[in-house]
Design a protein around this ligand. Structure first.
Ligand SMILES: [Zn+2]
Length: 164
């Protein structure tokens, strides 16, 4: 998914900029641990990048990306939402929050049911382009998703097909 790759690239860029600014020469995982001690001090892209630098001791996945029920991952996944979010210029307020939530779901999709994650995944390109669905649009999207089969949930990826 192109939109997801775009987010991944922005996480890498945020991490590199943060590491340069911090002037830390040490290992990524040491810096990541510092970030995760208090996510509220950092931008969400830095926090999400930090999570990818660490492995979960319990399940072996990237921290926070393991299966639901892995306590350490559940905790890390919840903790990530304490991070800061700053809207980019010229987007509706809340756009950054929507991107953050949608990309967290898309990047740890195995933690969600196909029906739960579909709306986030199809919305991501629209959000990255600076859009923000109204409540009515979000409800309409959900209503459509509820009519899709399991197979359709995996194949419908373009927001144009759902957001009308
Ligand atoms: Zn885990």
């Amino acid at each position: 998914m192109t939109a997801l790759r775009e987010v991944e690239k922005s996480l890498d860029a945020a991490w590199l900029a943060f590491r340069a600014e911090a002037g830390v020469d040490g290992l990524d995982d040491d810096l990541a641990k510092v970030v995760l001690q208090d996510p509220s001090e950092f931008d969400w892209r830095v926090v999400d990048a930090a999570l990818t630098k660490l492995r979960c001791d319990d399940c072996g996945n990237d921290l926070g990306a393991g299966p639901v029920g892995c306590h350490a991952c559940d905790q890390a996944n919840g903790f990530r939402f304490a991070a800061r979010e700053t809207d980019r210029p010229n987007v509706p307020p809340g756009n950054e929050h929507a991107i953050r939530v949608a990309s967290a779901v898309a990047r740890t999709r195995d933690r969600y049911s196909p029906r739960a994650r579909c709306g986030y995944e199809v919305s991501l390109p629209y959000l990255l382009a600076g859009g923000l669905p109204t409540t009515a649009q979000a409800q309409a999207l959900k209503a459509i998703i509820n009519t899709l089969s399991e197979e359709e949930l995996e194949t419908v990826v373009l927001p144009e097909e759902l957001i009308r």
